[in-house]
Design a protein around this ligand. Structure first.
Ligand code: SF4
Ligand code: SF4
Length: 190
């Protein structure tokens, strides 16, 4: 186990992440088995081992801007491979919430944008309306015709429909909105 010698603010950041995620990062051996199996680790995306090293070093700014937690797909491979059973996707969730609360600019703005549109669609329709979400994403990223051919083929096969562009049913909308409000209340954000 590591013995920490950082400043109090560095320790405070580490303690917060450990407390909120329920993961004892001090047990991390920095063995890299998590990153070895992680599908999103690359030269550009450091991966879970590096992310934990940043947190252990109290490098709050670097950890909150680390692309790893943006790309994390919660597949659980890291937790399965970890010899001390650290669950990194719980850590990723905590960092995501912290970054949002502290207004840290998203290091991956397109992923952030897509996430917002995805949630907006679920809140308004009770499910993700793929056509609407993809079109809004393309407009916001200024690539209006991106994947237009694929979209058309899907439409011709009936996999997506222009009806998705209509507003969601009032009753569905109200139920979905109620669930969102409940979640935000539990998180103390509404
Ligand atoms: S596998 Fe577990 S112990 Fe090894 S670096 Fe990853 S989190 Fe740390
Ligand atoms: S849960 Fe996230 S960090 Fe862990 S292996 Fe999967 S993508 Fe990588």
């Amino acid at each position: 186990m590591l013995t920490l010698k950082g400043t109090s603010s560095e320790r405070q950041f580490l303690d917060q992440v450990m407390h909120k995620s329920g993961q004892n990062l001090l047990e991390c051996l920095q063995c890299g088995k998590c990153s070895g199996g992680c599908p999103i680790t690359s030269n550009e995306v450091g991966g879970p081992r590096k992310l934990i090293a940043e947190i252990l070093a109290g490098m709050k700014e670097e950890a909150l801007c680390d692309p790893t937690w943006w790309y994390c797909v919660s597949c659980g491979t890291c937790a399965t491979r970890c010899p001390v059973e650290i669950n990194i996707y719980q850590v990723a969730t905590v960092l995501c919430e912290m970054a949002e609360r502290e207004n840290v600019s998203p290091s991956e703005p397109d992923i952030h944008r897509f996430e917002e549109l995805f949630l907006k669609s679920v809140r308004e329709h009770g499910r993700v309306e793929e056509l609407q979400t993809a079109m809004l994403f393309n407009l916001q990223t200024r690539k209006p015709f991106k994947d237009a051919g694929k979209g058309l083929r899907l439409m011709l096969r009936g996999a997506i429909s222009p009806k998705e562009l209509l507003p969601g049913k009032k009753s569905v909308r109200a139920r979905a909105d109620h669930i969102f409000q409940q979640v935000l209340r539990e998180k103390g954000e509404e």
